[in-house]
Design a protein around this ligand. Sequence first.
Ligand code: PMP
Ligand code: GLN
Length: 378
Amino acid sequence: LETKFPSIGTTIFTVMSALAAEKGAVNLGQGFPDFDCDPKLVEAVAEAMRKGLNQYPPMTGVPVLREAVANKVEALYGRKYDPAAEITITAGATQAIITAILSIVRAGDEVIVLEPCYDSYVPNIELAGGKVVRVPLTPRTFRPDFARIAAALTPRTRAIVVNTPHNPSATVWTREEMLQLQDLLAPTGVFVISDEVYEHMVFDGQLHQSVARFPGLADRAFIVSSFGKTYHVTGWKIGYVAAPAALTAEFRKVHQFNVFTVNTPMQHGLATYMADPQPYLQLPAFYQRKRDLFREGLARTRMALLPCEGTYFQCVDISGMSRMKEAEFCKWLTTEIGVAAIPQSALTVDGDDQGIVRFCFAKKDETLRTALERLAKL
Ligand code: PMP
Ligand code: GLN
């Protein structure tokens, strides 16, 4: 078979989870919690099923969930999205991102991605026939480099993908950085795809700088989030996109022929559950405690800790303790030490190896302690 995408292999998350399972390693690679969600959320979904809410919902998502999302976004970030015309429920953030890209990127359009980045962006742009323009984040500190972003803008630039809090580096953009992006894009017609799946995981009192807070960005943006991250249900694959009506109309043209819509009972269950803001308001403290526990243990190893401002990821620099390449190190760590991690170079196109690997700390304390006991040998 002459394949359409010869350069695309299997995602690193699948590869490392399979290796972790094979070797019986503690899986701190792929990002997902090893603890269950709130039983109240399960009950709310079960209740929707019992009530017979089991047939197709509207193409755009059930109205009560779109309203709950619009209310949350307004309460937290101050922008009012119209639930009817500006919010769409998606099959996870992954589908929201590819659908947003397919809905605006035309053959030959350039799309800027800031590397390292979540591994679906680049293939998504290629699937749309677009040209990926890669701009590295600053080496080792992973901040946006606005001089380089400015230099990458051309008349053919159609969109830029941004992600804060950032996977894999765990950095969180500041208000000043968002304002710089807003100023930079002001004279252009460039769209923004803002991946905010970790919006509720920001630590040390810092605020999540949603694009929704910046009218000059929000007017041109698809904001993407994921209930999977927020409510510890990554296996449910449900998220949403918020975008101005004209962009949402384009999004829905693709969405209707992509998945058409998303399962009904989980939408109703989530809408009921979202009436209480406490679960997401408590998330920063919940994960900050796990971050601190994990960092405390890692600090006793020879791996050098990088800052963790948000997300449920912690990166370490291995260059001072090992000559191995990141990917080789992660395989060795999984096989010999019994802890799986993700090489950050897997999240760049040319495999830029800075000697940095990523751990996920969305785990029970006992899982983190077991992993730390094993890592203590390093
Ligand atoms: N974007 C980023 C940055 C992510 O880390 C993830 C989760 N791995 C996604 C998107 C996809 O989210 P979902 O599981 O809701 O599709
Ligand atoms: N978002 C998760 C991560 O970055 C994994 C998602 C996936 O497996 N595709 O680890």
